[in-house]
Design a protein around this ligand. Sequence first.
Ligand SMILES: NC(=O)c1ccc[n+]([C@@H]2O[C@H](COP(=O)([O-])OP(=O)(O)OC[C@H]3O[C@@H](n4cnc5c(N)ncnc54)[C@H](OP(=O)(O)O)[C@@H]3O)[C@@H](O)[C@H]2O)c1
Length: 390
Amino acid sequence: MTEFDLVLHGATGFTGQLAAKEIARTADSGLRWAISGRSEPKLQALGGQLGATSIVTDSTDPAACERLVARTRVVLSCAGPYQLYGTPLLAACAASGTHYADLSGELGWMWEMIQSHDAIARRTGAALLPASGFDSVPSDLAVLTLVRELQQKNLPVNDLAGFYRLKGGLNGGTLATGIAQSTRYEPEDLAHPFLLDPDPQQSWEYRAQPPSRKETFSIPALNGYAAPFIMAPVNERVIRRSAALSDAAGRSYGNDFSYSEFMRTSDLNKAKQIAFGMKVGDWALRKPLGRKIMQRFGPTPGTGPSEQTRTNGFVELTVLAGNLAQPDARVDWFFPGDPGNTVTVRCLAQIGLALCAGEARDAGLLTPAHALGERLVERLRERDALLDTF
Ligand SMILES: NC(=O)c1ccc[n+]([C@@H]2O[C@H](COP(=O)([O-])OP(=O)(O)OC[C@H]3O[C@@H](n4cnc5c(N)ncnc54)[C@H](OP(=O)(O)O)[C@@H]3O)[C@@H](O)[C@H]2O)c1
């Protein structure tokens, strides 16, 4: 038996501290858990507040990661950018059969981890879950829920489209991650629509693709307009991986399944402004000068939005199936709190507790919906982290 059920690594960062408090608030008193990070004084200060054991671990040191992983059944990691600090810890979990989840929305790094650690984790029994924060839990679970409803009602499962309204703030760690990814990969490297599928080329040939749409367009069923969404490239690819893994596990989403994702606004001008802002941001991330300006004037790692911004934030997500004027079915979900912190740490904490409770249905490098399915939706509902209405 291991010493701990769960270790939260990167616990002293902005989301890490919030995740530690969320675990302390929602876990059963019997959970044996510890916090981990590279800074002993910071760990001791946080551990003292929460009554949690501290373990000093530099996540760029593979031997230290192996020692950490040997002491626990489940690891949650908030130490990102993951392409800089994440690989040794994920690798140690894969090799030892220890379940793992993180907040990565880094497409390039996720692709690399699938290539190098998926097969190992399948052999050892580890469930490895990147994308266990705001990206991509709400989208992944909402799509799963809608697919199952359509299947139960014998309705076609085709052309699912997700629409977000959001309020919140930006973390320095998230900006650092965007900059790290743009430095390492060209957008073209990550553009394959089935990048995260087990066999992207086969999926490209045989799986349905969403209809091509203009940059902005009207959504009659929502009385609003759609604009590009910054997290869509990640969420869409994670969800396509969920569909591919579910096929292999005999819980198929169907041959006609496709998914695309957008922001939602009330008027066309706002949609056009969002589209323009996205182009400017994208351009700035591609250029060394743009990245320097963002680093100079954006939030620094370790910082994030105020408590008031986090409390007043929200996530509204609607997923429609079929026609945008008269959809066959829809999911309308509300997540209280700001996306990058409150919603993120609630998702991560429940995933950690679900993994501790033995709820993982598969092994390998997985997605939240494929690994934990409807039970994770219930967990979030039970804690009022997810409400079925706006
Ligand atoms: N999926 C989502 O929706 C979502 C939302 C929010 C954040 N994120 C991602 O989560 C990650 C963390 O974000 P954040 O805002 O919490 O960033 P942050 O405040 O900068 O925290 C980064 C953490 O990583 C730790 N760290 C850095 N290098 C390390 C090393 N070598 N060994 C051990 N620990 C190390 C830092 O330790 P120190 O405390 O000692 O500096 C800190 O605890 C980022 O990659 C971000 O993109 C994702």
